[in-house]
Design a binder for this molecule. Sequence first.
Ligand code: AMP
Length: 212
Amino acid sequence: MKNIIFIAPPAAGKGTQSQMLKEKYGYVHISTGDLLRAEIASGSELGCEVKNIIDKGNLVSDELMIDIIKSKLTEIKGKPFILDGFPRTLNQAESLDGILDDNYETIYLELSREDAVKRIEGRLTCSCGKSYNMNDEALKPKVAGICDICGKELVKRDDDNAQAFIVRYDNFLNNTKVLIDYYKNKNKLHIVDVNRNINDIFEDISRIVAND
Ligand code: AMP
């Protein structure tokens, strides 16, 4: 099974699609955002520093991110994985080339800025990693404010606000978008329009996974 790398602007649904792929194919889901939020929740000094960066919508340093990914990939010992949120810069992508073999495909989840803003406004998340959207009937929780999966209270991420969104989206344009050409040139890029029903998106992604 090919490993999967998601490239996406904020709120494109890479976490949700990763979760669905994990359930269907048994991938290990590596979300750098989730790993950083776990570090914050641990109350460590590093977590405190990271929180200041993430809450403003800025990117955490390449050095730290590459260290995190290296140790995570060592930990999973060759199991098939999804990278959700890494790489986000050219530097990170080049480092990843030194770690990965050729057994991967990159999927760019395409979403306009306008649609990303709408999603950010309605998004609620659970600490278990599940994400919901109050602006989309299909993505609302069954009981308002409560996670369908684990029953915990849903919260708004500290960086899901208008101010941090501007920075996050600019970071996507200025640092991450270059990766689309990077992986296209390696013949590793698939583009999926995500301004559609969640199951239709998943069907397209599953086809990519199944064909490769
Ligand atoms: P996400 O959950 O993927 O939206 O990530 C949340 C935040 O974590 C981002 O806005 C960044 O501040 C930080 N982050 C996650 N992955 C990376 C990365 N690969 N490089 C730098 N910062 C990252």
